[in-house]
Design a protein around this ligand. Sequence first.
Ligand code: ATP
Ligand code: MG
Length: 283
Amino acid sequence: MKLKIAIQKSGRLHEDSMRLLKECGIDISNGGNKLKTSAANFPLEVYFLRDDDIPQYVEDAVADAGIVGENVVYEKKKEVEVLEQLGFGKCRLSIAVGRNENYDIKGLNGKRIATSYPVILQEYLDKNNINAEIHEISGSVEIAPGIGLAEAICDLVSSGSTLLTNGLKEAETILHSQAVLIQNKRLDTEKQQLLQRLLFRIRSVKQAKNNKYILLNAPNEKLKEIISLLPGMKSPTVLPLAESGWSSVHSVIDENDFWNIIEQLKTAGAQGILVVPIEKMIL
Ligand code: ATP
Ligand code: MG
C-alpha cells in the first residue's frame, strides 16, 4: 500500500514541492516527463499534475493528498481538508486598476473585472455589496485593461512588477495565499497513518527552518543574565571551557527573534557567538 500525493508537474510550486519531499528524506527521481513516480524509501507515489486539477483529484481519491496553493483550494471549492501551510508559494490575490486611477471599492460598481478567480472574487464583491461584471479569463489577465476588455483585474501578485509593466497598480488584496498540504476526507486508517508520518516529517523540517542553533562563550558571572535571554527547547546547555571562569552556552532560538537576541547577548557580555542552521527538529 502506498500513499498517493499529487504535486504540480511544472510551474511555480514544482521545485519547492520536490525539495520539501527531499528534505523529508523521501527519495524521488525527478519524474522527467512522467505522470507518476515512486519513492525508493517511503511508501509514497508522486503524481505530477496541473495545479488546477489537484483539488478535484484529491476529492475523488485519485490522489490521497496534494500540494497546491490556497488560492486554488478556495477557488475550486472541492471537498478536501487543508492539513498544513507549507511556507512557500507565497503570493496574494489582488484587485488592480489603472495606475492613474483613484481606487475606491465602490467605484467597481458596474465595472468589468477580468480574473482567473471568479469564485473568490464574486464572494468578495458580494460581501462588499458591489455589483460588477466578472470576466473569466485563464491567463495573461494583466493585459485585459490595455485591450479594453475590463476596467480592473483581480490576479495573483508577488512583487507587483507584472502590474507595473502593464500600467496597473495594486489597489486591494483580497486573499493571502501559500502552498498547503491537502488530503482526501475519507482516507482509510492505513493511509491516514502514512499521511501522519509524512506530516510529522514536514513539521520537523518546517520547525528547523524557523529556528537556529546558537553557541556562545560567556564569563561565568554573566551566565545568569545570558541564560535568561535564551529560551532554548528545554533550557540551554552550559559546558565549562578549558579557560577557568568561562562557559560555553548552547541553545535554540527563533529565526524571527534572532537579531534582537544577538544584540542583547553581546551587550550582556557574550563572545564568539556562532549561529548555525538546523536540519531537522523533533519536538
Ligand atoms: P499549471 O500548469 O500547473 O496550471 P499555472 O500556470 O496555473 O500552472 P503557476 O503560475 O505555476 O500556475 O502558479 C502556481 C501557483 O503558484 C499559484 O496558484 C500560486 O499559488 C503560486 N504563486 C506564487 N507566486 C505567484 C505569482 N507571483 N503569480 C502566480 N502564482 C504564484
Ligand atoms: Mg494552473
